[in-house]
Design a protein around this ligand. Structure first.
Ligand code: KG4
Length: 341
């Protein structure tokens, strides 16, 4: 008998459901929410409402595309947190309802561990490489920037993390400041590809250990743009490619400096990246090139597994399920990582 896990993800503004069977992905359905574009960022109340509209069709499609029936599901894995509370409540409540209706166990998943374990999703007809333990994962998203040591699918140690903003926020704020839209990462990435990364220089933070800070560089960009526009009103429009390329290069250097340090100090050469910002072409190139230079084995997630998705929740849930973990029906979602058990 196969272990068939239904994964449900609703931590922010993507409603997603996925089915995996013995670690192999059978389906991964995602409904993104365009409603936030007009506001330049995610509006929590609108996100929860959109999840409510999307959750039933998304789960139905995931089950249909997997070619299974609801009664074939072995366990239901869901994102318990961290994330937006109203959004998490929709996925959690739906998972609970389904668990009762089908009489199948619930397995809670920490969203960040989902990103970290995304390299273990297996797909039919693919190479399915995954890191050996222990490995380091650079987890970079709109809410987090961490270097995590992973000793097994269930053992994690955060070696360093941001002390203020996440790197994804720096990308998003840069885009917003320049009037390029939301989410900012993909636009900045695209424009950076057409610009000179060494034309402008932004100050880098001095933070001890493996921790990060991204609030200073955001402010540095704000003052830089403001001062240049005062001298030349169309400065931004004329130089947006070079600004994006220089800003992105600096963010990547900040990320890579600490990752290299952590790899050197721990002696770990299995290196993975995960989270929305792991889609960044400059970061992917930097990790690959640094890896070649330093003898790392590197793991870059496929683009579809970089943003929030339920396949990563299903694979993380699968490992917890195999470990015998079950979640009580009175579980409540948690918005902050600090509140996670
Ligand atoms: O992991 P994610 O989908 O959501 C959470 O934060 O949980 O990450 C979203 C973040 C946003 O800040 C977005 O701008 C960033 O990932 N992002 C990128 C790229 N694609 C998405 N940042 C840089 N380059 C990209 N290509």
């Amino acid at each position: 008998m196969s272990d068939i896990i239904l994964g449900i993800e609703s931590s922010c503004d993507d409603t997603s459901a996925a089915v995996i069977s013995d670690g192999y992905l059978l389906s991964n359905v995602l409904a993104s929410q365009d409603v936030h574009k007009a506001y330049g960022g995610v509006v929590p109340e609108l996100a929860s409402r959109a999840h409510q509209l999307n959750i039933v069709p998304v789960v139905s499609q995931a089950v249909d595309r997997a070619g299974i029936g609801l009664s074939d599901i072995t366990a239901i894995a869901f994102t318990r947190g961290p994330g937006l509370l109203g959004s998490l409540l929709v996925g959690t409540s739906f998972a609970k309802g389904l668990s009762i209706a089908l009489d199948r166990p619930l397995v809670e998943v920490n969203h960040l561990q989902g990103h970290i374990l995304a390299s273990f999703i297996k797909e039919y007809g693919k190479e399915n490489r995954h890191p050996e333990f222990p490995y380091l994962c650079l987890l970079v998203s709109g809410g987090n920037s961490q270097i995590v040591r992973v000793d097994s699918p269930l053992e994690f140690e955060i070696l360093g993390q941001t002390t203020d903003d996440a790197v994804g926020e720096a990308f998003d704020k840069c885009s917003k400041m320049m009037g390029l839209g939301y989410p900012g990462g993909p636009v900045v990435d695209r424009l950076a590809g057409q610009g000179d990364p060494f034309r402008f220089h932004f100050s880098k933070p001095h933070v001890p250990g493996y921790d990060y800070s991204f609030s200073g560089i955001k402010t540095s960009l704000l003052y830089f743009v403001r001062d240049r526009i005062a001298e030349e009103p169309d400065f931004m429009e004329k130089n947006k490619e070079d600004i994006c390329a220089s800003f992105q290069r600096t963010l990547i250097e900040i990320l890579m400096d600490k990752l290299v340090k952590a790899a050197k100090d721990t002696g770990i050469r299995q290196i993975a990246i995960g989270g929305g910002v792991s889609a960044n072409s400059g970061l992917r190139r930097a990790v690959t090139e640094e890896g070649k230079k330093r003898g790392w084995t590197t793991f870059l997630p496929e683009f579809k597994f970089t943003t929030d998705n339920a396949a990563m929740i299903a694979i993380a849930g699968y490992f917890h399920y195999l470990n015998g973990e079950r979640t009580a029906i009175d579980v409540a979602p948690v918005s902050r990582i600090a509140d996670f058990k």
